[in-house]
Design a protein around this ligand. Structure first.
Ligand code: XCC
Ligand code: SF4
Length: 659
């Protein structure tokens, strides 16, 4: 495949070429050798759950239509999907648990390297959990909060407090009526494994009900806890400038990349890297300083709070190593390509794993524990510095880097819109009601070599903002948007007139970076605030909004998508879920589920067409709310398309007549 078809990102294109010159294999090459990919897997109709199998269903109807136990395509596809959701929810929630554990250590005076950085938020979150905060010292509040939150993961009775108190009341009612109110976090994940054991739940709809409950325990539970407690420990984000793309690597400095998802170690790495003694050591080794850059969601965590530059998104992790300018890449958990281990053998880059949950054969492991954070950070930075002299003369750093603004938390959006003294979502709601804004969209998620890197993300976002839809973003989509210049206030010039006016008046870009994968929970709380502000219905499913994960690849993305659907959001993927082997399940997820829950899935591979489907959904919600017509002429008008269709049919008819 030609380099340009692999990525639209210039820096990535250059590095893909360099990989070819150096004859090292990267994800795209392995993707080529994988063709054709397994159809049974893509359609979701291969089952390996017991050892009478493996079994697979013949999608064309001439071979077997049931596994040896009798499970049909609907059961098999549903079981496979819900297991993916369990893995995704588990990843986010285990991340949340680790942050809660850190908060508890701090509260007990054991996590000496951490502190409560955002007392205001601590008190706010504590009061949501009905913890008395007045006249109580901060440590005590933190202790009580961490204990309540940790209890949420494994409790055996009742339902999840955060789902109840953060979501709009109308939504909670829908969940209760549907019987999908999450009861705890771990319990839902365990129950997925039980239900999908051989010979338990085989009703695809019943499985999907539990899929929704499990994903809700992620979005409004594990992920939300991760976000809220990270803000307390590492401080709530505020608008901050950063740079994005491989050009942030510095040819004269020790380059250290932090990759993965959890901020606990990387946040400390950032502060320790400013230590005089370490800087002196770097100079002795011939470097001009220490440059920390991020990759994937660890990047998002630290750029939201410290403005640390981001070297790239998921598909760029190997490309960073190929620059030959990275002394060390450390990973915590999630989204690490196992290939990085052997790739680093070709270059001087040292790969280091740090979590007891994530090790790689042949790769150095420096284990990180919260009670020893600074020392571990120091050891890792020293390892990077010592590796600087091993750099080859033949480094290549692409020049591309783009300026961007991030740091838009749920709370900051209040302030930016309403002003510091009168924080409110009113101006946002009014803009939608008056037709200055068509609506809002959350565009998030990964990269995937099945599609052209970054293209699907960028094409979709551009189409949305051109049609006066404000975009909020997280994860690797956010990094793609930053690299494409969509997070500069000047990007307002690419928007429809209404959105442009808002960006200019408030001084924000049209694409708001709200954080990492777990911070998709910020999008949920933003939606809850918009509902609470009033004038746009009383449930999330009433809002003129849509969600999308254009280049999704991870199981986490499915859990995220499912909790948005279960929260009432229309959720678009540009590559379908692996369920097409079951017509019934696919129809349920993309149609019938909407009557039950208010949200649904959709898939469309062309990102511009996908954006149009999202716009149609937004328009449908605007019409149901009887909102004013759009203030300015819109680029995409569904009626025009209808007219065009009619015209085309006429032309066809005439042609037939002539023939
Ligand atoms: Fe991973 Fe979060 Fe996906 Fe990027 S976006 S590839 S999950 S790093 Ni969440
Ligand atoms: Fe086959 Fe049923 Fe076993 Fe799955 S559970 S492998 S369909 S026999």
């Amino acid at each position: 495949m030609a380099v340009k078809q692999r990525s639209i990102d210039k820096a990535s294109q250059r590095m893909i070429e360099r990989a070819g010159e150096k004859k090292v294999e990267i994800a795209w090459d392995r993707h080529d050798t994988m063709q054709p990919q397994c159809g049974f897997g893509s359609l979701g109709i291969c089952c390996r759950i017991c050892s009478m199998g493996p079994c697979r269903i013949d999608p064309f109807g001439e071979g077997p239509q049931a596994g040896i136990c009798g499970a049909n395509a609907d059961t098999i596809a549903a079981r496979n999907l819900i297991r993916m959701i369990a893995a995704g929810a588990a990843s986010h929630s285990d991340h949340g648990r680790d942050i809660a554990h850190t908060l508890k250590l701090v509260a007990e005076g054991k996590g000496k390297d951490y502190s409560i950085k955002d007392v205001k938020k601590l008190k706010k979150v504590a009061s949501r959990y009905e913890i008395e905060t007045e006249d109580k010292d901060v440590q005590q509040i933190a202790l009580e909060l961490s204990e309540v939150v940790m209890h949420e993961f494994g409790k055996q009775e009742g339902t999840l407090i955060s789902a109840e108190v953060y979501a709009p009341p109308a939504r909670v009612k829908v969940w209760n009526q549907a019987g999908i109110m999450p009861r705890s976090i771990d319990r839902e994940i365990v129950e997925v494994m039980h239900r999908t054991h051989m010979g338990v739940d085989v009703d695809y709809k019943n499985l999907m009900k539990h899929a929704m409950r499990t994903s809700l325990s992620d979005g409004w539970g594990g992920s939300l806890i991760a976000t809220e407690l990270s803000d307390i420990l590492f401080e709530s984000p505020k608008p901050i400038r950063f740079s994005a793309n491989l050009g942030v690597l510095d040819k004269d400095k020790v380059n250290l990349i932090v990759h993965g998802h959890e901020p606990t170690l990387s946040d400390i790495i950032v502060s320790v890297s400013r230590d005089e003694e370490l800087l002196k050591m770097a100079k002795e080794k011939g470097a001009k300083g220490i440059n920390i850059a991020g990759m994937c969601c660890t990047a998002n965590e630290i750029l939201m709070r410290h403005g640390v530059p981001v070297a790239g998104n998921f598909l760029q992790q190997e490309l960073a190593v190929i620059t030959d300018a990275v002394e060390l890449m450390l990973v915590d958990v999630q989204c690490l390509m196992p290939a990085s281990g052997s790739l680093c053998n070709y270059f001087h880059t040292k790969l280091i794993t740090t979590s007891p949950k994530c090790k790689m054969e042949g790769v150095q492991h420096i284990e990180f524990h919260e009670d020893n954070a600074v020392e571990t950070a120091r050891e890792i930075i020293k390892t990077a510095i010592e590796n600087f002299p091993n750099r080859s003369k033949n480094i290549f750093i692409p020049k591309e880097k783009e300026k961007a603004v991030a740091g838009f938390s749920t709370e900051i959006i209040f302030q930016i819109l309403g002003g510091y003294y009168r924080s409110t979502y009113r101006p946002l709601n009014n803009a939608i009601i008056e037709g200055r804004l068509r609506g809002a969209a959350g565009v998030v998620g990964c990269n995937n070599p099945n599609t052209q890197h970054d293209y699907v993300h960028i094409a979709m976002i551009k189409e949305l903002i051109k049609n006066d839809v404000l975009v909020v973003t997280t994860g690797c989509n956010a990094i793609a948007a930053a690299k494409a210049g969509l997070m500069r206030p000047e990007a307002a010039s690419m928007c429809g007139k209404g959105l442009q006016e808002i960006c200019e008046a408030v001084g924000i870009p049209p694409v708001l970076h709200v954080g990492s994968c777990v911070d998709n929970s910020r999008i949920l709380t933003i939606l809850a605030n918009v509902v609470a502000e009033g004038g746009l219905g009383d449930d999330i499913s009433d809002l003129p909004v849509a969600g999308a994960a254009p280049e999704w690849m991870s199981e986490k993305a499915i859990s995220i998508g499912m909790y948005f659907v279960a929260s009432g959001v229309y959720t678009m993927l540009c590559q379908p879920l692996p369920v097409l082997g079951s017509e019934k399940l696919a129809r349920y997820l993309t149609e019938e589920i909407e009557d039950e829950i208010g949200g649904k899935w959709a898939w469309e591979s062309d990102p511009v067409k996908a954006a149009h489907l999202m716009l149609r959904h937004i328009d449908k919600k605007r019409a149901a709310l009887k909102l004013k017509p759009m203030m300015y002429e819109q680029d995409f008008k569904p009626e025009d398309q209808e007219k065009k269709k009619v015209q085309n049919t006429r032309i066809l008819e005439t042609e037939t007549v002539e023939a």
